[in-house]
Design a protein around this ligand. Structure first.
Ligand SMILES: Cc1cc2nc3c(=O)[nH]c(=O)nc-3n(C[C@H](O)[C@H](O)[C@H](O)COP(=O)(O)O)c2cc1C
Length: 193
């Protein structure tokens, strides 16, 4: 489609560097990216589209104490579900993550508005991830069991009636950037008459 519009070439598709090359990364270098970069990415993220200008996103940058609590919850959940070995691995993996950040979405009690607000939060998250990527920093969006545990909401200082967790993000300089594939655009794009 882009190729049929004047000034746009299919040889250099738009959004290549950021949109196409951003990857979810799980393994990070030990050195933490500057806090300022994370704050700048959150600052840019809030320019995402949001219907009725609800600005439903909330960002929580976890400090040392919050991280310790979050890891203890995740470890315990893993212990119950998958045993001691998996719980130990989970702790080691999580302790090696330079930064943790949670994104929540404010709740309104109105089903349709909550759906739109969740959509807006996902747009904000994408902005956030792309800004990080532009600065050479990667992250992994997680909706694992810990993000749905009531103790995690307590840690954030919110109730599930007020806000819902959109994701917990592990953030750092990538150690390994995995490859990813997408189906050809022809399989997902239908041009209607
Ligand atoms: C709403 C949402 C939840 C996700 N939750 C998880 C998760 O719990 N664990 C995980 O490993 N990846 C999670 N991901 C990341 C996806 O697995 C990842 O985006 C996908 O593998 C494509 O890789 P890419 O981001 O590098 O393109 C989540 C992504 C989204 C959008």
């Amino acid at each position: 489609m882009a190729g049929s519009r004047p000034g746009l070439s299919t040889e250099k598709p738009p959004g290549r560097r950021l949109v196409r090359e951003r990857r979810t990364v799980a393994l990070f270098k030990p050195e933490p990216p500057p806090r300022e970069l994370l704050l700048a990415a959150a600052d840019a993220a809030r320019w995402a589209p949001n219907h009725h200008l609800t600005e439903p996103w909330r960002f929580y940058l976890l400090g040392a104490r919050s991280v310790r609590t979050m890891i203890a919850i995740a470890e315990e959940l893993t212990l119950v579900r998958r045993g001691a070995g998996a719980a130990k691995k989970r702790r080691e993996l999580y302790e090696a993550v330079p930064w943790w950040l949670a994104v929540t979405c404010t709740r309104s009690g109105d089903e349709f508005r909550e759906r739109e607000d969740y959509g807006a939060c996902c747009c904000a998250v994408q902005n956030f991830m792309l800004c990080l990527w532009e600065g050479g920093v990667a992250c992994k969006w997680s909706t694992g069991a810990v993000t749905r545990d009531e103790r995690f909401y307590e840690l954030l200082g919110v109730s599930p009636e007020e806000e819902m967790v959109v994701g917990l993000f592990s953030i750092g300089y990538p150690r390994i950037v995995p490859e990813q594939k997408r189906r050809p655009v022809g399989e997902i794009l239908t041009e209607l008459a």
